[in-house]
Design a protein around this ligand. Structure first.
Ligand code: NAP
Ligand code: GCO
Length: 267
């Protein structure tokens, strides 16, 4: 038998949250290519429709549901519907996320809470909804999409860093609490990836030059480029597959080397 069989997701059902585009779409597509049945959700019907069309164009039949991951009732109803219509979820990727870039002293408590709600409370709510069936089935994989901000801070992202730091610890706790049931919970910490979420940081300036933040990130990244959503595909398949059955509570940083690097020396 080939070692590559260990990476196959044939026969598995994967739910990727907020996956009609961006990183979630790329991860879900890689799961389909590895043999899994893909299920995703988004807040709005139009985004679910767009997502289904985009998967179709990529040759993938995806099951899309409208659900706000911060709403426990909606999440429980969606998971019950998926179990009925598609089957028990083997792989959950908590991908849906938002960011608000506001200096901390100017940020309202309501804005702070909203980021925590989507980026931290929702992974708790969705994980909680899928774990009981994973226990009954005898296995499960939960992958939380963390961030550089699970380790580092920077100006304007206090809520996001607090949420993603918390998500790293939720990952370790799910591993600690449910590892004995053959559930592996790991995180992926993407570096700076070119998606709609980071588009404002890459906007070309009026004079045609790169955005200062764009230049800053290139100087901080040994790979000397932004990541593409596709860069996360291989690590995501690994963490969803039997190849990682003894990897638990780990955050796999996929960052072109940012966390290893002290930064470029000024000339
Ligand atoms: P994105 O392009 O903004 O996509 C995020 C997705 O999540 C969208 O489809 C969004 O739907 C959905 N979503 C937001 N709130 C939701 C909710 N309450 N319920 C259901 N779906 C919801 O972001 P991305 O860059 O692909 O990021 C995906 C994940 O990776 C996020 O957790 C993000 O924090 C993380 N991440 C991104 C980067 C990066 O550099 N891009 C780096 C590290 C980590 P709507 O369009 O309807 O809002
Ligand atoms: C920011 C960015 C980041 C990234 C990512 C880094 O404003 O600094 O949006 O937070 O999206 O999470 O890993």
């Amino acid at each position: 038998m080939s070692i590559l069989n260990n990476f196959s997701l044939e026969g598995k059902i994967a739910l990727v949250t907020g996956a009609s585009y961006g990183i979630g779409f790329s991860i879900a597509s890689s799961y389909a290519k590895a043999g899994a049945t893909v299920v995703f959700n988004d807040i709005k019907q139009e985004l679910v429709d767009k997502g289904i069309a985009a998967y179709k164009e990529a040759g993938i039949t995806a099951h899309g549901y409208v659900c706000d991951v911060t709403n426990e009732e909606q999440v429980n109803a969606m998971v019950a519907q998926i179990e009925k219509e598609v089957g028990v979820i083997d792989i959950l990727v908590n991908n849906a996320g938002i960011i608000k870039r506001i200096p901390m002293v100017e940020m309202s408590a309501a804005d702070f809470r909203q980021v925590i709600d989507v980026d931290l409370n929702a992974p708790f709510i969705v994980s909680k909804a899928v774990i009981p069936s994973m226990i009954k089935k005898g296995h499960g994989k939960i992958i939380n999409i963390c961030s550089m901000m699970s380790e580092l801070g920077r100006e304007t992202v206090s809520a996001y860093a607090a949420a993603k730091g918390g998500l790293k610890m939720l990952t370790k706790n799910i591993c600690s609490e449910y590892g004995e049931f053959n559930i592996q919970c790991n995180g992926i910490g993407p570096g700076y990836i070119a998606t709609p979420q980071t588009a404002p940081l890459r906007e070309v300036q009026a004079d045609g030059s790169k955005h200062p933040f764009d230049q800053f990130i290139l100087a901080k990244t040994p790979a000397n480029r932004w990541g593409e959503a596709e860069d996360l595909a291989g690590p995501a398949v690994f963490l969803a597959s039997d190849a990682s059955n003894f990897v638990n509570g780990h955050i796999l940083y996929v960052d072109g080397g940012i966390l290893a690097y002290i930064g470029k020396q000024p000339k």
